[in-house]
Design a protein around this ligand. Structure first.
Ligand code: HEM
Length: 175
């Protein structure tokens, strides 16, 4: 039963992490380049909509990552009787956690600052009958840059997670 609980928690943790990072890869390398083939004025609402929809999935992933992350940590602490965790493990874990906070705040900035601004620009411009294309473009670039930064951090977190597992299972010896 314990084995099943551990597998279930790791499975959900991996699935949530893959959804967030994989979603950003799809967004940056497939969806948005395809969108950019359309004229700027036509693509603006679809751009914002795509980001807003993706962020809904991101928040679900964040919730699952926090819950299952705590579960993962609990499991590791329980396992200490077999293989004690080193200070080095806690250091790498701390770094992983700080980077997660970075990802979280960037997603928050996208959700609470950039997406509303893009929506406001789209609505305002349709009332005036003319799209402030330049300003929209600048805010779209901000959204893109934040997502690129978040993808980079996400990839680093995956590396740290793989390293943590190696450290915890004794495949890497450290003091
Ligand atoms: C509150 C946030 C988080 C906590 C507390 C947390 C905690 C943990 C812990 C304790 C482990 C087990 C490491 C080991 O094998 O000893 C782990 C594994 C892992 N974490 Fe996280 N994590 C968090 C967020 C994230 C995020 C944001 C990502 C990726 C974007 C991520 C990706 C992974 C991956 C890929 C593994 C490897 C799972 C496995 O080998 O089964 N985690 N996490």
């Amino acid at each position: 039963m314990e084995f099943l609980d551990e597998t279930l928690i790791r499975w959900i943790h991996l699935l949530a992490a893959a959804t967030w990072v994989g979603g950003m890869i799809f967004l940056l390398f497939i969806a948005l380049p395809t969108l950019s083939l359309r004229r700027e004025t036509a693509r603006a609402p679809t751009f914002t909509h795509t980001f807003a929809r993706f962020l809904k999935i991101v928040w679900i992933s964040v919730g699952l990552l926090i819950l299952t992350g705590i579960g993962n940590l609990y499991i590791r602490l329980q396992m200490q009787t077999h293989t004690p965790l080193t200070v080095y493990y806690y250091g790498v874990f701390f770094l992983k956690f700080i980077l997660f906070i970075g990802m979280l705040s960037m997603a928050g900035k996208l959700h609470f600052a950039i997406i509303p601004k893009l929506r406001e620009l789209e609505a305002g411009s349709s009332e005036e009958g003319q799209k402030p294309v330049e300003e929209l473009g600048q805010w779209q670039k901000k959204a893109l840059r934040l997502t690129q930064g978040n993808l980079l951090i996400g990839v680093i977190i995956f590396l740290l997670a793989a390293y943590l597992t190696a450290l915890a299972t004794g495949h890497v010896v450290s003091e």
